[in-house]
Design a protein around this ligand. Sequence first.
Ligand SMILES: Cc1cc2nc3c(=O)[nH]c(=O)nc-3n(C[C@H](O)[C@H](O)[C@H](O)COP(=O)(O)O)c2cc1C
Length: 442
Amino acid sequence: MPKPIHLNLFIQSRGHHETSWDHPGADTRSLMDLSYYQDLARRAEAAKFDSIFFADVLMVTNDAAESGRYWPEPITLLAALAASTERIGLIATGSCTYSEPYNLARQFASIDHLSNGRAGWNIVTTWVEAVAANYGTSHTNHGDRYDKGEEFVSTVKDLWDSWADDAMVDDRSGGGVSGDLSRITPINFKGKYYQVAGALNVPRTPQGRPVLVQAGASDRGRDFAAKHAEAIFTAHLEKETAQEFYKDIKARAKDFGRDPSQTVILPGLNPVVGGTEAEAKQNLLDLNSRMDPEVGRRTLSQRFAGHDFSHLDLDEPLKVSDFPDPDKLETMKSRAALIVRIVGNEGLTLRELLARFAGGRGHYTTAGTPEQIADLIEDWCTDGAADGFNVMPPVIPLMMDPFIDEVIPLLQKRGLFRTEYVGVTLRENLGLDRPKSRFFPD
Ligand SMILES: Cc1cc2nc3c(=O)[nH]c(=O)nc-3n(C[C@H](O)[C@H](O)[C@H](O)COP(=O)(O)O)c2cc1C
């Protein structure tokens, strides 16, 4: 029996391609219309995805206006979708840099209760520099963001552990008790960045703790993921770098005293399906031909902390020296390194680079028949590159439907993907243990 794979559906606007917003194959509903997200969540649940996921950026970027990149606040959206679905996991992004542990612990604990154990938190430290101005502060450097994030996550875990599973007695037999105060503890957390005295005001959740998700890829980010994360999103343009990442994260998890099987690694996959390979490749070309390179150039500049690429000719081969050193950036170091790496390896022109990034933003894009895409998924998952995939359809529903209707049934036929949910909670479906409370381990 092959090892079962895991699939997450990453829902972003009308698709991940920057031209999806007005694509004829995209849904026409407003991005603020709940029914759009309900339909997608129910469709993903019927297809037996482990989870759906919503990213978040705490500002209006040029993407918002130019590529239709905006959405309802993701934790609020999860609450609405908890009531519209029964089995699928619900993952939203929450920032350690621009939130308070008590608020965030309470929000995700509540979602976990309201969904009967299906909540997941994508922990981010927020790499976009300009966000700081929306919070009356200045951008924190990369290392300090991770230091603060470490403390934030430890505090949130303690808050989730502050109630024993049996603290709510709810004995209404007459003369009974509501709760057992001896089974609820103040956490008395005193760190460099956070001081939190009390217990959380929400009982321990069905999953014990909501599932922790992260996407760290720099050296610090990998340590952070290996130490805390139970599901890991990651971006790769080549199988080889995915294999190196997979091996490294599992080894680091072991060094932190964790069972490596408790870190489910999910690289991004941008699937463009066609009836034949030629048709799929044409679908991808058609999609990229709609792209406005100037939109891509501005997005590229944001990735490199506002670096000016305006003088570069679209059709000249790029040089590594056209880019700032990714190590010296205080933004998303790993994605910047990935871009510079393919420029060095492949000698792309700026136009080609922007086309590569218009769809997948650095995640793996593949155009092929359903069999070819199923083969790729099987290959990565059996060859030490992935435990499953974070599926990012370029246009929704046009490029999501064939993945659900044609690729998933092939994976099911091969015994690689579930035909029914095995568990009730997201942890159970991802094969993750239910953590014991640090304060009440009995
Ligand atoms: C699939 C995926 C989703 C992400 N979602 C968000 C997000 O919603 N908000 C955010 O600020 N960063 C997001 N990130 C960025 C990561 O949190 C992290 O900053 C990035 O992987 C770079 O980490 P590094 O600085 O350790 O290299 C995402 C990354 C990936 C791969």
